[in-house]
Design a protein around this ligand. Structure first.
Ligand SMILES: [Zn+2]
Length: 465
């Protein structure tokens, strides 16, 4: 069988591979879905040629935590507190989701991510109330063409706080049916409630289940006031910490808990945009770096913030700079503490590491899967290109994403996703949104629910947790 080759010709290449470095202009050769070579000029190659002149060529972005099922409800929580999000959505509208709503949300969220240059996304799926909901969530991811990690998070009946209900046993069926191999585009994890939502006994049994099934774990800790209950310390006392856990948020964890995460080899996902606006606390970026943990970045939920990684990178860098600049003597510092290259690494290589995929993706290293994004740099917003990484982090936006490859397959070119998947995702999401709000009329605690930005749910009182 002859190999399939694609040559990305003469772009400004950011590899995120320390050994390869970056190139003002270079060729990137993709062969049978993997990066075969990166060099200033590969000469004449028998390959499909993609003209990358005027473009930045970089690794696909990695989002390590997104509640994708909520995508069709985007915007409704723009002016909600975390407590209102809990009652209005997470423990509210969630109950109305049919499998087709989960499918529509996951398809829209995954396609939106892909369109904006996110080629790997961990779907933190915590509203799969029935096996059919899980099937629908997985189907949405599979059809999108995205590289995804489906993190099975169970359904609403697991989220009564503090829960004494073990994780839904359907997780085993989902793994056996869809994820029998780790060597496929979509893989699986378990999204656990952890000690803030469930008892420590349940947390322990859930973790044992995940480890028995061979699935990595992602869980929320340290988000807002209820994160001050020393969740990591309590897990440590039971001997539960490990390198297979990604800790999401971490804002209000104590310094020694961050150290415990570092010592146990765990990874972290921060969502600076959501954390700032919903009241989780200051992003823990600098404190994590201080104990040797390089965080990954996540979108979290599109019901209040945007779904693209450019905004998240900007927020990450700006908030840490603000925190640093408040320190005594800051004005005399010789240099910043957090650079744009660090932040782009959080959004690529460190994200891949948090997903357990760093041997496959996260950089344009020879032999890795060809998950590649081309950004238009010959534009009013990016040209002239004086500092490619700084400009990607601080000035780029989804409208510049010209071409996207996943495992060497071109899924977007000329600024447009291939096929009719975008149109289908949008149509299904609108139908789902209309149906969801229509059905709130039959639920006493959701009678005020409506789109338009004026619905203000009664908040959950966090001191009760
Ligand atoms: Zn979350």
């Amino acid at each position: 069988m002859s190999s399939q080759r694609v040559l990305l010709r003469q772009g400004a290449v950011i590899t995120m591979d320390d050994d390869l470095g970056d190139f003002a202009t270079a060729d990137v050769l993709v062969e049978d879905g993997v990066v075969a070579d990166v060099a200033p000029d590969l000469g004449d190659v028998d390959a499909e040629i993609i003209d990358a002149r005027g473009m930045i060529v970089m690794p696909g972005l990695v989002d390590t935590h997104r509640h994708t099922w909520q995508a069709a409800l985007r915007g409704i929580a723009a002016d909600w507190t975390l407590g209102q999000y809990m009652t209005g959505l997470h423990l509210g509208l969630s109950a109305l989701f049919r499998p087709e709503d989960t499918y529509a949300g996951n398809l829209l969220g995954a396609v939106e991510a892909l369109d904006s240059g996110i080629t790997t996304m961990l779907d933190w799926s915590h509203n799969v109330n029935t096996p059919e909901h899980s099937d629908a969530a997985v189907q949405g991811l599979f059809e999108s063409g995205l590289r995804a990690v489906f993190a099975h998070g169970g359904g609403a009946d697991m989220y009564q706080v503090p829960s004494t209900v073990p994780h839904d046993d359907d997780v085993r069926r989902v793994r056996d049916r869809y994820f029998s191999s780790n060597d496929q585009l979509c893989t699986m994890a378990m999204a656990l409630r952890g000690p803030q939502f469930a008892t420590l006994d349940v947390t322990e049994s859930d973790l044992r289940r995940a480890r028995e099934l061979g699935l990595p774990v992602t869980l929320h800790v340290g988000d807002g006031e209820w994160g001050r209950s020393r969740p990591v310390t309590r897990m440590k006392e039971r001997g539960l910490l490990g390198p297979d856990i990604t800790y999401v948020h971490c804002n209000t964890l104590a310094d020694d808990e961050l150290q415990d995460i570092a010592d146990s080899g765990g990874s972290v996902s921060i969502a600076p945009d959501i954390e700032m606006q919903m009241g989780h606390g200051w992003p823990a970026t600098g404190r994590l770096m201080g104990v040797g943990v390089r965080p990954s970045l996540s979108i979290d939920t599109c019901v209040s913030n945007s779904g693209h990684m450019f905004g998240t990178m900007q927020m990450c860098l700006a908030t840490q700079r603000a925190i640093d600049n408040e320190q005594p003597g800051a004005s005399d510092r010789p240099a910043v503490t957090l650079g744009s290259r660090d932040v782009l690494s959080f959004a690529t290589l460190d994200g891949a590491r948090a997903c357990g995929l760093d041997r496959k993706v996260g950089s344009l290293s020879r032999g890795k899967q060809a998950d590649i994004v081309l950004l238009r740099a010959d534009t009013l917003s990016l040209a002239p290109l004086n500092n490619p990484i700084g400009q990607v982090v601080y000035a780029a936006h989804p409208g510049l994403v010209d071409t996207v490859l996943v495992a060497g397959r071109v899924v977007k070119s000329g600024g447009k996703l291939h096929g009719d998947i975008a149109e289908r995702a949008l149509r299904l999401a609108e139908e789902s949104r209309d149906s969801l709000f229509d059905r709130t009329r039959h639920h006493d605690n959701l009678t005020d629910a409506r789109a338009g930005g004026t619905w203000q749910p009664a908040p959950l009182v966090t001191t009760e947790l």
